[in-house]
Design a binder for this molecule. Structure first.
Ligand SMILES: [Zn+2]
Length: 394
């Protein structure tokens, strides 16, 4: 792959042997790349010399889509269903409950709730029919970018469509699903229970999970990956995340305190193969056999900690978004949403949404960060232009 893709020109060729140690040594001798390199090289430097991008796009085999990362992180990606779907399904089936609910070849009703899909020939912003928002049997519920702008009519429509479809599985951004579920709880609207919900696109907070669990009687599982890398980890019935090992080689670079930074080399991709790509996220690895009985291969995680850009360095350790959420929610579970903002003087403001003044939560965050944190009541935390939420604003 290295010799075929211009971005990797000049790097040492892969070793002849399949010996994992030889391959690891070869990989770790190469520089890592990040979103900047992908953006700069897109698309020509990322296409194998043997592939004709124009012809394959005209044939509809591959398309260019933009990821919904934060504005400065937004990426264009060469994307094809023939790659995405099989690797996603394979990852999901690491979870035995999901595997039972989704037998290969059997009909499966799926709903998706996240930022409206926009890419290639598809755009789900505006007033579209349910049929227009159904792609390959998947119903995309949302057509308004920011959940704070969901009107009661829009929320009622989504709940009605949810119940009409009665999905077997739901894939959701946790912030978006929590907003829909809070409305269902407030209006005492029953939501049909899927057999499972996968939470993805961004980190699920404890408050998200609580709001979802109040309205939906289904297990919630984290699915972790990105548009450019595919699915990297799937949470199992025992709460661990298992590596989707057939589709990527992973390195977890030491981030101290038992944490690792995720570096991905994709396996078997025709379009946009990635070699030592640093995703910009921090995770907490774990090891040993898992009670779920999944095959013991590749990495396992205790959890995903959040984006490196949202981590804060306190005196002697990294405070990750998940750690901040533990402290803030642990101190005050009335909080529905929060966002930490660093002020020019080095102190922090903790914006909180919920029936609380946020004082206890701010004190807990201050303890973790060893810094001054002042609470501020907010009507809502607003998403970034991309539709995702930042937990920490530097
Ligand atoms: Zn497991």
């Amino acid at each position: 792959m290295v010799g075929e893709v211009p971005l990797y020109a000049g790097r040492a060729a892969a070793p002849d042997s399949d010996d994992p140690e030889a391959i690891s040594a070869w990989l770790s001798s190469m520089p890592t790349i990040g979103k900047r390199e992908l953006r700069r090289g897109f698309p020509r430097a990322l296409v194998r010399k043997s592939c004709d991008l124009k012809a394959e796009m005209a044939r509809g085999a591959v398309e260019i889509i933009a990821t919904s990362g934060t504005t400065e992180n937004r990426l264009q990606v060469l994307w094809e269903w023939s790659w995405w779907d099989p690797q996603e399904r394979e990852a999901m089936r690491y979870n035995t409950r999901v595997a039972e609910a989704m037998p290969p070849g059997a009909p499966f009703r799926e709903a998706v709730l996240t930022t409206p899909v926009c890419g290639g020939a598809t755009c789900h912003v505006g007033n579209l029919s349910r049929l227009e928002r159904t792609v390959d049997g998947m119903l995309f519920l949302n057509q308004v970018a920011d959940p704070t702008h969901w009107s009661p009519a829009e929320l009622d429509r989504m709940l009605a469509e949810w119940n009409e479809l009665a999905p077997d599985g739901v894939e959701a951004d946790p912030a978006y699903l929590a907003a829909l579920c809070r409305y269902a709880t407030q209006t005492a609207t029953r939501m049909s229970a899927p057999r499972f919900v996968t939470l993805t696109y961004e980190l699920a907070t404890r408050a998200h999970k609580r709001a979802i669990a109040r309205a939906i009687d289904a297990p919630l599982y984290s699915l972790y990956g990105s548009t450019e890398t595919g699915v990297l980890f799937m949470e199992c019935t025992e709460g661990r995340l298992h590596h989707n090992a057939r589709h990527s080689h992973l390195e977890l670079l030491d981030a101290k305190g038992g944490l690792g930074r995720v570096v991905v080399t994709t396996l078997g991709r025709t379009w946009m193969p990635l070699c030592r790509y640093e995703l910009g996220d921090v995770v907490r690895p774990t090891s040993g056999p898992c009670r779920c009985g999944a095959r013991d291969e590749g990495y396992q995680l205790e959890r995903v900690e959040g984006r490196l850009a949202d981590c804060l360095q306190s005196v002697d350790r990294l405070a990750t978004p998940a750690m901040l959420d533990d402290a803030i929610d642990g101190a005050d579970p009335r909080i529905e949403g929060w966002q930490l903002q660093r002020e020019p003087d080095g102190a922090f403001t903790l914006g909180v949404v919920g029936e609380t003044d946020g004082a206890q939560a701010a004190e807990a965050a201050a303890g973790l960060l060893e810094a001054r944190v002042t609470p501020r009541i907010e009507a809502a935390i607003l998403p970034e232009g991309s539709g995702k939420y930042r937990m920490v604003r530097p």
